[in-house]
Design a protein around this ligand. Structure first.
Ligand SMILES: NC(=O)c1ccc[n+]([C@@H]2O[C@H](COP(=O)([O-])OP(=O)(O)OC[C@H]3O[C@@H](n4cnc5c(N)ncnc54)[C@H](OP(=O)(O)O)[C@@H]3O)[C@@H](O)[C@H]2O)c1
Length: 302
């Protein structure tokens, strides 16, 4: 199976390239400048040159706050690029795995969101991702759209790495405690996609195509997420900042965020037998890698 991964410089794209694929998989990865999702000709070229059996789109305009004043670019990358890609996949009979977000919801539901709940994004990024999902659904029947949340990895920029940096710099830190969701390790998304690819390969006529939720198991708040990161920082380095719970209202950002980001992952479990690890366990694995890196770096410093 020839698998083409788009967006290999990002957290999920990188995790897909590092993950353990079956021996009969030929994995090709593309990133900018070779692939530009804002340039239709570049998408056409990638599909023609690589003639994949499966495409995974891990690209996205992910700068949530910046998107508020950069609507055109966000929609070009998150809607128009995926629309073009999906049309090419349909024309070539190639299935598409596309990644989306909890930010398609407004966060007002008092329970985890299911795939059938109505979407109602509260920011430009969410609206552009929602439009991308719709475009993929309209263009290619053979699609799996995976909505995920609060993604982090040892590679890339994310909350875990920001907290570690701030936790080493500051004696005290306020973190939002009234947004609920599930941290998701990029490696767990990669593993789930490998399982989905195996199903596509082994039973191509019997794939439950559609939209699914995929997050770490369990739930927390950004405050709870930070607390867990700092417990580990204290164990490793004997220091941690005093952590203060704050309200979203006390930390204004250009883009609004949904208060409830919890996604019900039951449909994915039922259709593909995938249950991602508890978020706390995946976090420890990523922290293992980050602290191993930190000690390797300090061992090299004279
Ligand atoms: N991060 C989160 O917390 C989160 C939460 C929910 C859902 N998601 C979704 O998960 C998926 C993966 O996100 P991630 O966390 O891996 O994001 P990321 O680390 O920000 O990576 C985004 C990737 O998209 C690429 N990209 C951006 N614009 C592009 C363009 N015009 N052409 C080609 N590539 C382009 C980036 O390349 P450059 O390095 O060149 O910029 C990078 O490789 C996305 O669909 C995202 O919407 C993420």
């Amino acid at each position: 199976m020839k698998v083409l991964v788009l967006g290999t410089s990002g957290q999920v794209g990188d995790a897909l390239m590092r993950a353990s694929w079956p021996a009969d998989t030929t994995l090709t990865g593309l990133a900018r400048p070779a692939l530009d999702m804002a340039d239709p000709a570049s998408i056409d070229r990638a599909m023609a040159e690589h003639a994949p059996d499966l495409v995974i789109n891990a690209t996205a305009y992910t700068a949530v706050d910046k998107a508020e004043n950069d609507r055109e670019a966000a929609f070009a990358i998150n809607r128009d690029g995926p629309a073009r890609l999906a049309a090419l996949c349909a024309a070539r009979g190639v299935p598409l795995v596309h990644i989306s977000t909890d930010y398609v919801f407004d966060g007002s539901k008092p329970a985890p969101y299911t795939e059938d709940d109505p979407v109602d994004p509260v920011n430009v990024y969410g609206a552009s991702k929602e439009a991308g999902e719709s475009a993929v659904r309209a263009a290619v029947a053979a699609h799996v759209i995976l909505r995920t949340s609060w993604v982090y990895a040892a590679h890339g920029a994310n909350f875990v790495k920001t907290m570690l940096r701030l936790g080493r710099e500051r004696p005290e830190l306020g973190v939002v405690a009234d947004q609920t969701g599930a941290p998701t390790a990029a490696a767990d998304i990669a593993d789930a996609i490998i399982a989905i690819a195996a199903r596509i390969q082994s039973r191509p006529d019997d794939v439950p195509w559609g939209t699914y939720h995929l997050t770490g198991s369990g739930e927390t708040t950004w405050f709870g997420f930070a607390e867990r990161i700092f417990q580990r920082l204290e164990r490793e380095e004997g220091r941690r900042p005093a952590l203060k719970p704050i309200a979203t209202a006390a930390y204004p950002t250009p883009a609004r965020r949904p208060a409830n980001s919890r996604l019900d992952c039951g449909r994915l479990r039922a259709a593909f037998g995938i249950t991602p690890p508890a978020w706390e366990d995946s976090l420890e694995r990523v922290l293992d890698a980050l602290f191993a890196d930190a000690s390797a770096t300090s061992a090299k410093t004279p």
